[in-house]
Ligand binder design. Sequence first.
Ligand code: PEP
Ligand code: MN
Length: 338
Amino acid sequence: MIIVLKPSATEKEINHIIEKLKECGLKPHVSRGEERVIIGAIGDERQLESQPLAIFPGVEKVMPILSPYKLVSREFKKADSIVEVAKGVKIGGKKIHVMAGPCAVETQELLTRIAQEVKEAGATILRGGAYKPRSSPYSFQGLEEKGIEFLVEARRKTGLPIVTEVVDPRDVALVAEHADILQIGARNMQNFRLLTEVGGYDKPVLLKRGLSATIKEFLLSAEYIIARGNHKVILCERGLRTFETATRNTLDLSAVPVIKGLSHLPIIVDPSHATGRWELVVPLARAAVAAGADGIMVEVHLNPEEALCDGEESIKPNKFKAMMGELKKIAEAIGREI
Ligand code: PEP
Ligand code: MN
């Protein structure tokens, strides 16, 4: 439930409500806005049936929550959340951020060269997988720790913050020590142990939507992370598995405005994994910006034919550069910037 306090509520009144919630076994989360304080109470609301909070001093109204997620909801927090991933790189504000790089980290030289190219074209975050969750156990599984080292070196050379996937709760400490954003991949969206683990760190998390997850399930997974204490969650729509075979997945672009209505969290779009076809990446990136996405994640490779992973959906730097010019114009047309 959400308890909206009167602008005049005193600290004593706020503490009294918090104590009552705790007494009833509920976990209070206090959000202090410019004008008023809002308390989100997590737990079994039925415990409060004999304690009508609405009549407590300082309370303006009490809203039971019908949606199963609370902390991620717009009811809990009206203003858009802005996640700062590095100094000056804030996701969820006016600026749309573009994360680009290879699917997998391959060599130091290649990674650094791609990083330099995408930076020059306007990307603000470098992506690259060191731990690769592949459908086949015989496919390239990533360079693991070595890959993280290469990412760190590419960041040192270019200044671009890095986002990389973590697939195992046991690796979170290591990845969190080096990466600027922890990526949870589509296949792990409902790995609740992993979600709870990253929720224990003060580090931005990029949570990708599962292959067949509903928006409700997607937001509940984000709730796992926030409920543990980490509020720095960025959502990513990356396409769903449908009956269509012309594309690898079907991009659910309507998820962007739908989630903007339901949640205060920033949401970005990954047109590379959504389509699995390099020639569709640019048109869908354009559409994602137009639909209100807070960012784009794109796979870029110098030589997609030789890529160890997802070459078929990777674009080359010249195409990436041209795309950035187009996205800039679309962003301006809707009052945003890139
Ligand atoms: C990725 O971004 O490297 C990736 C594997 O994406 P997804 O989890 O969306 O398939
Ligand atoms: Mn990939």
